[in-house]
Design a protein. Structure first.
Length: 228
């Protein structure tokens, strides 16, 4: 049964569906998820309008609301759940990290994992260090490569607060992986960190047997800015 809070939102999405865009969006996601055909700008406008009329989800119901949206077939619903989590983040308890983990490993694809890791996990790991101790230890060694991708990417927006030693250690744990999404994440994380500490990244890339994809992605910013 759909959560009562979500019923008018799903009706709003249904009223704004676009079959042509839904087809192309589903194909873009390799036919893994159905879509209403609501592109990101319109989806955000609809969510703002919805919350203006209905308010943000009650904090005590956020888990039930998010899980209900996650269970819906259309991908816009999972993005709506992440939008609500972001808006309510500062009022949520540390235990919300358990919900984030559950969302990471359910209906997993890059569009949800990258946001959940670099926004939600990043926030809770920083605000509540105990969640980092308990969950990152598990994520970085998990057989689920999406959790390992999250452990590589959670510092993406930390900038100068990035723990470079931790990043490098987690990358080393994933050396030899044949998984595209792991090797791509390694390159992305290194490229982002190169804007903070180019010397450390150059030294790490030169001394580490990275996958060619990871190395290529890691050095993109440095090369384009003639740092190497």
């Amino acid at each position: 049964m759909t959560h009562p809070y979500n019923e008018p939102l799903l009706a709003l999405f249904d009223d704004n569906q676009n079959p042509d865009d839904a087809k192309s969006m589903t194909q873009y996601m390799r036919n893994q998820f159905a879509h209403f055909g609501i592109k990101s700008p319109l989806r955000k406008e609809l969510l703002k309008a919805f919350t203006a009329g209905h308010g943000l989800p009650p904090v005590e119901q956020i888990e039930a609301i998010a899980l209900d949206l996650w269970s819906q077939p259309q991908r816009e619903c999972q993005h709506a759940a992440m939008w609500f989590l972001e808006k309510r983040r500062k009022k949520l308890p540390p235990a919300t990290i358990d919900l984030i983990e559950k969302l990471i490993v359910t209906k997993s694809w890059w569009d949800t994992i990258d946001f959940l890791s670099s926004h939600d996990a990043a926030y809770f790991f920083k605000q509540f260090p105990e969640t980092k101790e308990t969950h990152l230890t598990h994520w970085r060694r998990s057989e689920n490569f999406w959790l390992r991708r999250a452990s590589i990417l959670f510092q993406l927006l930390y900038r100068q607060e990035t723990d470079g030693d931790l990043l490098f250690a987690i990358i080393r744990e994933n050396l030899g992986s044949k998984e595209f999404f792991i090797n791509k994440a390694i390159g992305w994380a290194l490229r982002t960190y190169s804007r903070v500490d180019e010397t450390a990244v150059i030294q790490f890339v030169q001394s580490t047997p990275l996958h060619p994809l990871s190395k290529r992605e890691a050095l993109k910013w440095l090369k384009s800015n003639e740092k190497i």
